[in-house]
Design a protein around this ligand. Sequence first.
Ligand SMILES: [Fe+2]
Length: 202
Amino acid sequence: MDSIKILKYKKVKNFLTEEERNLLLHYTRIFHRINFKNDLVYGQTDFKETSKYGDPIMESLLINKKDLMEKETGLKLHPTYSFWRMYNMFSELKPHIDRPSCEISVSVHIGSDGTPYPLIIDGKKILTEPGEAVIYLGTEFEHSREEYLGDWYSQVFLHYVDANGPWAYCAKDNRSMWAVDADPNWISETKQQLEKYKEAKK
Ligand SMILES: [Fe+2]
């Protein structure tokens, strides 16, 4: 099997079991409804999306999917952090490249109202069914989503680093424990380290 470092991205069917998918679907929808009513304690943009870094249930998913991710990528991995998001109408994901903690990323489709919402990786549009996921190299390829025209779309990013690669020190996003925030100063330092690394590789 080719390593993910050779493939640009990789779609994985049945990344979530049906039970996991249903559990996370109801969890994120209930969470979003409470959050929406409380004027976004956990918010992303003016479109009243819910987003949450390091939610305990998603951190648990991140840890539990490590073996599957190692099998699918052909790499030994360290989990770094999770981030879930409920996209609303007019949401978008602006084109970007991520910080080192997102070296090996997977975007997991939990569920939606049925409106297609492709993830665009290096210009290629990738559609997924609920429970499917797309693994990609977050620090290498620009990724984005265009404006969403449905009502809701629940998704989670799980991020890992290559245990034998340059960003292995980003394990657990440099936190003392799961489900707490990462240090913003450390995050900006790692962004600078990535820039220097890319510059040196040119
Ligand atoms: Fe990203």
